[in-house]
Design a protein around this ligand. Structure first.
Ligand SMILES: O=P(O)(O)OC[C@H]1O[C@](O)(CO)[C@@H](O)[C@@H]1O
Length: 547
């Protein structure tokens, strides 16, 4: 595939700038609803396992037509095909990007046979381990970044499906407190360690693995070979480390796209082979939707275009994700890596500096907790931050609660959903100073001028949000949701003309850490900048200790 057009080289880019100035900047979502009774129907889209309501966004047909024209100019469809067919679109590493092959039917992909064999081997191992006869009650997954966030998020999301006799632990931080807090709960003979690292060179993971092995041996564990397995694309390094059972995968699976590969082993152990296959099936359905649905009705495309509209024309710098499901509380962290590591780039594919912004900051917290923390800013702060609500229609607790407890939990679920809808309603509606002035405010100061108080109590409104609705948080639904996000990130990256599949920005800090580390032994600050030297001296000088 020849290099596609960069978005700012398309004449539509300039047209969108004019369109923003003349129309987009003044767009009022409230007015759009007043003008169009069908706005919800026309701006909600169905995709596998999902309904997405885009109607509370600052978008209309004219804007969308321009964004679609931009997508076509940037060769989005050809870029998408290049990914699915395994062209080396990760140019800086000369690699294909084929995570979709991990969930495709075997016959549909050139790597199908090896993918199927790898999956079957992993699933057989997972099912044997999760059988109570294995004697394993605790699985400790050690990995970081893409080798942690996906499995940790998915196991948490699917907790009601986890075998009741199993506890899954995720250790990622090089901070030993992370590992130690887990180890103190365990006994060696009933613990299985999974060391997950695509490269098998990652400092944090290797340090934790060594410490875990030391604990295992110290506590009288026998059979290290059985209790430690590795998931990696560097099988040789794992063997050198002393791990004989390894599950390998390929360099065309990016770390942040790897939960569908053997990196998903803890998910398979937790929920079993059949449900892991359902997770893959949900993702596969979303892949098909993304690949085959016309751009105008293609959910990852629409959301990716909205991201470009907000980032590059409205100038919004962040997006908040608010999953109204406790099981999805790690989703924002997972999406941070997926989106910011993929699209946090400042040069195009040819290395030319960009004249426009790329990845927004992605952040968030589960609802309703976030409402009691930062939603104040979303409603009344000076920044406009598009919010993405995720609602799940039906709760599922695993064991079916009965009687009064059931009724109370059902009531709590209604409260959860009402909160979710109320927040997007409030962001959109706002409250004028006149409305605020007409309302009682029992806690307000009685001596304050009512007009001043009304200004404090008013909301601008017209703040955009999207609501994604899942029927139930099943493995299939989760698979579809994650795949939707993967493709949406692909879409904005494709328009921005960047390589969404490398991560050179993490290298410098790693290299500097490796050169600082040996200096800690002797407090060697020679040649360091004054701040780093001063901090190192302070950190290593025991005379500051309070103890
Ligand atoms: O799986 P590995 O090779 O240990 O890498 C872990 C993570 O480190 C990074 O390379 C950089 O943070 C991520 O892209 C990756 O997911």
């Amino acid at each position: 595939m020849s290099l596609p057009l960069r978005c700012d080289a398309s004449p539509v880019w300039a047209a969108l700038q004019t369109h923003y100035r003349n129309h987009g900047a003044q767009f009022d979502v409230r007015q759009a609803f007043a003008n169009d009774e069908q706005r919800f129907a026309r701006w909600s889209f169905k995709a596998p396992e999902l309904l997405a309501d885009l109607s509370k966004n600052r978008i209309d047909d004219a804007t969308l037509e321009l964004l679609l024209a931009l997508a076509r100019d940037c060769g989005l469809e050809a870029q998408r095909e290049a990914m699915f067919t395994g062209e080396p679109i990760n140019l800086t590493e000369g690699r294909a990007v084929l995570h979709t092959a991990l969930r495709a039917p075997a016959q549909a992909s050139p790597v199908g046979a090896e993918v199927a064999a790898s999956l079957q081997r992993m699933l057989a191992y997972a099912d044997a381990l999760r059988d109570p006869s294995s004697g394993i009650t605790d699985v400790v997954h050690i990995g970081i970044g893409g080798s942690d966030l996906g499995p940790a998020m998915a196991v948490q999301a699917l907790q009601p499906f986890v075998a009741p006799h199993l506890r899954l632990h995720f250790v990622s931080n090089v901070d030993g407190h992370d590992l130690f807090a887990v180890l103190r709960q365990l006994r060696p003979h009933s613990t299985q360690f999974v060391i997950a690292s695509k490269t098998f060179t990652t400092q944090e993971t290797l340090a934790n693995a060594l410490a875990a092995r030391a604990w295992f041996v110290q506590r009288g564990g026998s059979d290290v070979a059985r209790h430690f397995v590795a998931t990696t694309s560097n099988v040789a390094a794992a063997a050198e480390f002393g791990i004989s059972t390894t599950f390998g995968f390929w360099d065309w699976v990016g770390g942040r796209y790897s939960l569908w590969s053997v990196i998903g082993l803890p998910i398979a152990i937790a929920i079993g082979a059949q449900r892991f296959e359902e997770l893959l099936a949900g993702a596969r359905a979303m892949d098909e939707h993304f690949r085959r649905t016309p751009l105008r009705h293609n959910l990852p495309v629409l959301l990716g275009l909205l991201d470009v509209w907000y980032r590059n024309f409205h100038g919004y710098t962040s997006r908040s994700v608010a999953p109204y499901h406790q099981g999805l509380r790690r989703l924002p962290a997972y999406l941070q890596q997926l989106e910011m590591e993929s699209n946090g780039k400042r040069v195009d594919r040819e290395g030319h500096e960009l004249s426009y912004a790329t990845s927004p900051v992605v952040w968030g917290e589960a609802g309703t907790n976030g409402q009691h923390a930062y939603f104040q800013m979303l409603h009344q702060g000076t920044d406009v931050i598009p919010v993405e609500f995720i609602a799940v229609r039906q709760p599922y607790y695993g064991d079916a609660p009965q009687g009064e407890l059931r009724q109370r939990l059902d009531d709590q679920h209604r409260k959860l959903l009402a909160n979710c809808l109320a927040q997007s309603q409030a962001l959109m509606q706002g409250k004028s100073t006149a409305q605020a002035r007409g309302e009682a405010a029992p806690t307000a100061s009685p001596t304050l001028d009512p007009d001043v108080l009304a200004r404090h109590r008013s909301f601008p409104g017209n703040r955009p949000s999207t609501t994604l609705v899942l029927d139930q948080l099943t493995p299939r639904a989760l698979g579809a949701l994650i795949a939707m996000y993967e493709h949406r990130v692909f879409v904005s990256g494709a328009l921005w003309g960047i390589n969404s599949f490398d991560q050179w920005g993490v290298e410098l800090g790693k290299a500097l850490c490796n050169s600082l580390l040996p200096r800690f032994g002797s407090v060697d600050v020679a040649g360091l900048d004054a701040s780093t030297a001063g901090l190192m001296r302070y950190l290593l000088d025991s005379s500051h200790s309070q103890a």
